[in-house]
Design a protein around this ligand. Sequence first.
Ligand SMILES: Cc1ncc(C[n+]2csc(CCOP(=O)(O)OP(=O)(O)O)c2C)c(N)n1
Length: 571
Amino acid sequence: MSRVSAPTKEPVPSKKHLQDSTQSSTTVIEHVLSRLKDIGISKVFGVAGDFAFPIEDAIGRDPGIEWVGCSNELNAAYAADGYGRIHGIAALNTTYGVGELSAICGIGGAYAEHVPVFHLVGMPNLPTQAARAVVHHTLGNGEFDFFRKMAEPVVCASAIMTPQNVAYETERLIAEAFYHRRPVYMALPTDVANQPIVSNSAPLDPPKSDPASLERTVAEISEALRAARTACILPGFLANRAGLEDAVQAFVDASGLPFATMFADKTTLEEQQAAYIGMYDGKLMNEAVREFVESCDTVVLIGTIFSDFNTGAFTFHLDPEKTIDIRHHSTHVGTKVYPNVEMKDVLAELARRVTKRNQKPPLQAGSLGPEKGAGSDPITADALYPRWAQFIKPDDIVVTETGTSSMGMAFARLPKGAKFYNQSLWGAIGWATPAAFGAAVAAPHRRVVLITGEGSHQITAQEIAQFGRRGLKPIVFVLNNSGYLIERLLCENPDFSYNDLAQWRYSELPNALGCTNWFTARVTTCGEFDQALKTASQGDRAAYIEVVTDKYAASPLAMKLHESVKTLYQR
Ligand SMILES: Cc1ncc(C[n+]2csc(CCOP(=O)(O)OP(=O)(O)O)c2C)c(N)n1
């Protein structure tokens, strides 16, 4: 449902890769683009630059691949990340040095959160590099390999293409990106990009489970579940990254087990189903969910991580002996590790073999309380979050930013088909605005709702222009609480000036950024907010609503984190 096509299918050979291309007239960049198209890439996000012209010219000439221009490279990387979360894979193009380094924080986020982004970088030509010439976008020291080295820790594989290596290296990078579900770096010197390729290579096989190991893993999990008096599932975002939501759902259905989700995993599975018991956030929120999950004889984790924000600032307690952890390429059953088993195979076998329990779920997932306040009342947290929760419609794509707003929205039970996206591990503020743009490009027929704090929005707000440029109709909420509220709640003194911001006239931005016919509003009371929500929900045009609250109107989780700084920072 959430995927636009099926790009996460492992690469398959097509006739053209098996042709002898030693005499090919296909150029290096044409070959790379052709293979990226084969695996489902039809858009490239980026910012143009002269060292990347051969890449951009080839995209311009190719009717099967569209250039998606962004305001800067950081935004382009975040947009590619948002696109990749929905589409399964994404591509980004930047120029040498200045462009690629601007993108690197976004690529780091895609690495941390397992979004395969193919980063195509244009480099100066080989004679320039050999002469160690002092050219623009370099450090002026004749070094040309520094920036690739800087990229290395945030990608799972990299290559500088040549006519001789491009066929094999492209296959290797595709295989690595699919295997790790992480970004790869492909550099093309300007002269090399347009040379004919002199090599060929077939796609590399995707990894396969070891049959004996798979059998033992599934037998052991089935037995653990059979013996468990109580059990539950924690489906995680890494299952989603591998395109395995349906396989996880099939296992949930076949097992009859209830499931809860942690913060980063929200909406991995549909929340409007009886098996869903709510958000599990350690001791910080939803005590009944914590009590049930932690009391289970067996807990099955499917592609999740125990990060600070996924575990209620490490206040969770799951006994490793009672935990089954199904990962992309290995499974842990208690303290035993089965290294050579693929998540998709384990899930498929479990769905086939597990014994179904016909038990009523122990809990019913809750949502946020009733909407408080009316008329001229100020917009408190109790007024804000239930209203936003009510506003979300089936199939919406809800992109939320690091800060107090995502912490509030994560506990709303979302309607059927609605998806929640957040960058909860990397947590770079500014991600959400361009990521929402990327999401809208990936799913132009679904409603995208962006919820961001104003401090985060100030980092990447230019990307609002791109929605307007492409005629996309997002609903944007900017929460203006006069500064960095989450930081005020976590730092030594909330009133230190480093948490204050320049006050923008936010609702004037869409107009200034060329977005015509958008509904814009600045609301400071519940009555104004209700009116704006009503207009925005009509759905005929994009909306941009600045929601003004008190400086300390924090969501419950944000308040809990304020009380839990000791465990959050392990002080
Ligand atoms: C790129 C980056 N810089 C700085 C931070 C530190 N940081 C975390 S949350 C935050 C403030 C968010 O403020 P805002 O977007 O206004 O949301 P609020 O918490 O006020 O709702 C900052 C500065 C970060 N996470 N990422």
